[in-house]
Write a protein that binds this ligand. Structure first.
Ligand code: HMG
Ligand code: MG
Length: 301
């Protein structure tokens, strides 16, 4: 039995835009968040409080957070890699913070400049301070299905990080296929490891679509009862430290599939397609979303 409701977290404003070389105006980022919430998204990853030397595109994090007119019932999350990030994020009043580790040592070093064990020690006070501020903490585990530097990543390696995150009090476990190499059976095997430590409601999947497997992988998760997924408007995204990896699965494509499965998301697909067209025009390219493109073509006909 598949769940009758799925929660989608749109990570487009953060994961989607962090990788863009061209400067995206703060107003456009804010407008994107407004369009996403108007389309019915109830969870939006707005920005990240990371070093602007490492990820210049997210340097306007506080201005974006200040510019968003918040809607009741919408949760606004931000990435924080360390206490410095949390301290910068707190005054901007996020509902949730995301600590991000990796299942591979090589990726941990390239992405956040420390080992897995060191990252956990950095996250420990972040989790405690976030809880003190009544914030929920999501954990993202990058490279759970493969690593651009190490190659294969085993389910044991993923479970080790799941356990470490659980031990320091991280509330939610997001399993991420950063480079999009996962296929359904392997994804299920890895998700089962996460489900050994976290309840269904606190496990989510974050799939990049590099090899065209993201929707199949989401379906494989649905079969396990998982009902929370990250997705990115217009299929934007990528990590600056995972070269060649394409964007996240497009939110429009996920909603189209879930609509067809009679699974409720609370999202208006037409408004979502408009949001995708908006940000794609800002970036000067066509939406990567297949459903988005098809629906725009149908409208134009
Ligand atoms: P570091 O250089 O090891 O940090 O970077 P440090 O503590 O030694 O500090 C060095 C400098 O950075 C200092 O500045 C600090 O003030 C500054 P300086 O004295 O040289 O002028 N600094 C900061 N500035 C702003 N905000 C902060 C912060 N911390 C230190 N929070 C650090 C370590 C983690 C900061 C760095 O490696 C970094 O910012 N990395 C960014 C990584 C990133 O954002 N990656 C993309 C997101 S992850 C992702 O996309 C994957 C995901 O989507 C899931 C998936 O798809 O797999 C989540
Ligand atoms: Mg990502």
């Amino acid at each position: 039995m598949l769940s009758t409701h799925v929660t989608l977290v749109d990570v487009g404003p953060r994961d989607g835009l962090q990788n863009e070389k061209q400067t995206v105006a703060t107003d456009h980022k804010v407008e994107l968040v407004h369009r996403l919430q108007a389309a019915g998204l109830r969870e939006i990853e707005v920005t990240s409080f990371v070093s602007p030397k490492w990820v210049p595109q997210m340097a306007d994090n506080a201005a974006v957070m200040a510019g968003v007119e918040r809607r009741p019932g919408v949760r606004y999350s931000v990435l924080v890699p360390n206490m410095q990030g949390l301290q910068a994020a707190l005054p901007t009043r996020p509902d949730e913070v995301v600590v991000f580790g990796a299942a591979s040592e090589a990726f941990s070093q390239r992405n956040i400049n420390c080992s897995i064990a060191e990252s956990i020690e950095r996250f420990r006070p972040v989790v405690a301070a976030a809880h003190e501020a009544n914030l929920k903490v999501r954990g993202a585990i990058s490279c759970a299905l493969g690593c651009p530097y190490q190659g294969e990543v085993s389910a044991d390696e993923v479970e080790r990080v799941v356990q470490l995150m659980k031990d320091i009090g991280v509330d939610h476990c997001g399993v991420a296929d950063t480079i999009g190499v996962g296929t359904p059976k392997r994804v299920q095997a890895v998700m089962e490891r996460a489900l050994k430590h976290y309840p269904l409601v606190e496990v989510s999947g974050h799939f990049h679509d590099t090899y065209g497997q993201a929707l199949a992988n989401i379906y494989a998760c649905l079969e396990l009862g998982i009902h929370t997924f990250d997705a990115s408007i217009a299929g934007l995204g990528g990590c600056p430290y995972a070269k060649g990896a394409t964007g996240n699965v497009a939110t429009e494509d996920v909603v189209f599939m879930l609509n067809g499965l009679d699974i409720d998301t609370g999202i208006d697909l037409n408004a979502l397609v408009d949001a995708g067209a908006f940000i794609s025009e800002v970036l000067g390219r066509a939406p990567v979303s297949r459903a988005g493109k098809a629906l725009l073509a149908k409208r134009a006909a």
